[in-house]
Design a binder for this molecule. Structure first.
Ligand code: SF4
Length: 290
């Protein structure tokens, strides 16, 4: 059965007004995701707290113990069998407390998760700045896979952000823009789950070479599972071809790493896959994995 996609907005008031933020036109750009995340978190702490639509089922101590057990058992996970084994373990231990995060650069992770966690929530950070191809991939995943695609949206629409901070904040302060549109909405969403599954692969960048298969995510306070951490690019494409899994068409058009359209450029063959992200801005991560 294929579930329809749903949409969840971040709690109101997570972004700072310009006068409180000290950022925006005329301010020095911040590419440090932690700085912007802290700013958004401060504003969030002052905002009314809405009733959560779901709650974690395990204490922090229980989740830490589970993360340690998972890494002990699956730390060397390789290939498809390894990825399915750790996902099966997560399904048995945490059931619908597990969410999958997907940038919709490809549908490999949702496909793997649907095999052992049918109907699983697939969180898509709907920043308002995605390529049409990425939104098309999201829609196709929602229509064809046994998952529940959830659009996680920031509290500010793009026009509202423009009105508050000035147009094209991503060019002037990508750290703040990512904080508002990605980091804070994801933080709020993950607060309701026990584990999240990501598509982080070690070979993607120097910041990801040490990514474990299972860890306790100190930043978000839950178990983080990277089932394809050891996969190569060829492993990813091979799985997609063997299983007729969707790939974002941009992947084969010079975009080996796909983020928001204003911050993603085509790269030359053989270049660092992530060199097209925030090119020239001294930023390499949006802040959700750091
Ligand atoms: S990737 Fe660019 S447009 Fe997207 S949230 Fe970050 S700075 Fe903003």
């Amino acid at each position: 059965m294929t579930a329809p996609s749903t949409s969840r907005d971040a709690p109101p008031g997570v972004a700072r007004p310009r006068e409180e933020a000290g950022a925006g036109v005329g301010s020095g750009p911040s590419t440090d995701p932690d700085v912007s995340a802290r700013s958004a978190e401060r504003a969030h702490a002052e905002a009314p707290v809405p009733e959560p639509r779901r709650r974690r089922t395990r204490s922090e101590g229980e989740l830490r113990a589970l993360a340690e057990e998972g890494q002990r058992r699956f730390g060397d996970a390789r290939g498809v069998d390894g990825a399915l084994a750790v996902l099966r373990w997560a399904a048995e231990e945490l059931g619908d407390g597990v969410a999958v995060a997907s940038s919709m650069a490809n549908a490999v992770l949702p496909h793997l998760a649907a095999r052992v966690l049918p109907g699983v929530d697939v969180l898509f950070l709907e920043t308002g700045y995605h390529f049409a191809e990425t939104l098309g991939t999201r829609d196709a995943v929602a229509q064809t896979m046994d998952v529940t695609v959830v659009d996680v949206r920031p509290s500010l629409s793009v026009p509202d952000q423009d009105a508050r901070y000035g147009a094209r904040l991503h060019d002037r302060d990508p750290g703040l823009c990512c904080g508002i549109r990605k980091v804070e909405p994801l933080r709020a969403e993950l607060a309701t789950y026990d584990a999240w599954v990501t598509g982080v692969r070690r070979e993607e960048s120097s910041t990801r070479t040490g990514a474990p298969v299972v860890q306790f995510d100190e930043k978000h306070g839950l178990v983080k599972i990277n089932p394809i951490a050891a996969w190569s690019w060829d492993d990813l494409v091979g799985y997609a071809q063997e299983n007729s899994v969707l790939l974002n068409p941009l992947l084969m058009d010079g975009f080996p790493s796909i983020g928001c359209a204003p911050c993603t450029q085509r790269v030359e063959p053989g270049a660092d896959p992530r060199s097209g992200r925030w090119a020239g801005l001294g930023k390499t991560e949006c802040g959700i994995h750091t």
